[in-house]
Design a protein around this ligand. Structure first.
Ligand SMILES: [Ca+2]
Ligand SMILES: [Ca+2]
Length: 227
């Protein structure tokens, strides 16, 4: 018993702030499993197409197909702190892969995660600071999620070139019963870069944005301004 306890404590110490406990039935009953990291194929752990409800912290996306819907399918996402959620009927018994958005280390760290597909599907590219491009999905970002408190500036071109626009993690704000908070900027559908952001941002807006931004990013580039 003591050995088991020690093992559990060690696991908890290594776990990040985001977790999900998934249940095979609604109202958090039935069989359950705990995850604190990405699972590209739930069939390997015996939970394919069976999740009906969850208890979770952070933002988790639940996908119909393997590898986060590399083949398109349904997506259901939930965010909050220690929240209990029943999946809507049309999303029950469908989840085949799952992952979270945001920092693996701190609950409300300033982060951005870009996704190749809309609704946070497919290949992702994650960061918590400057980036001159978005790696393998440079030029093909279709959705993104911000966490933390800092706004970011978007650049339409690589190496912080082209059109710019400021975006904020202000679409959602979750507060836990313990007082912990998470701020999100949840953008499930953007067309791949230039043009998606509309016309070139006016200089006045750009200046305000740069003056208040701790960090800057774009569909193909991220940069931090230190002032
Ligand atoms: Ca079920
Ligand atoms: Ca499925």
């Amino acid at each position: 018993m003591k050995l088991l306890l020690l093992t559990l404590m060690a696991a908890a110490a290594n776990a990040g702030p985001s977790y999900t406990r998934v249940f095979t039935e609604q109202n958090q009953v039935g069989n359950y499993a705990d995850f604190n990291d990405y699972v590209p194929n739930l069939s390997l752990v015996g939970f394919d197409n069976t999740i009906d409800s969850v208890i979770q912290t952070g933002m988790w996306m639940y996908y119909d197909n393997q590898n986060y819907n590399i083949v398109s399918g349904k997506v259901y996402w939930v965010h909050g702190i220690d929240i209990h959620v029943n999946f809507p009927t049309e999303y029950t018994n469908m989840c085949t892969s799952l992952r979270y958005a945001g920092s693996p280390n701190y609950l409300n760290e300033d982060t951005w995660t870009m996704y190749e597909g809309s609704y946070f599907t497919g290949v992702e590219y994650y960061g918590n600071g400057e980036s001159s491009n978005f790696g393998p999905i440079t030029g093909s970002v279709s959705s993104f999620i911000l966490t933390g408190l800092s706004p970011w500036t978007i650049y339409s071109g690589e190496n912080w070139s082209g059109d710019t626009m400021c975006v904020y993690p202000n679409t959602d704000h979750d507060v836990g019963s313990n007082g912990a908070t998470i701020d999100f900027g949840i953008f499930p559908e953007v067309s791949p870069f230039v043009g998606i952001w509309g016309p070139v941002v006016e200089p006045r807006v750009l200046w305000e944005c740069l003056g208040s931004c701790g960090s800057v990013w774009g569909p193909v580039g991220v940069y931090v301004f230190l002032w």
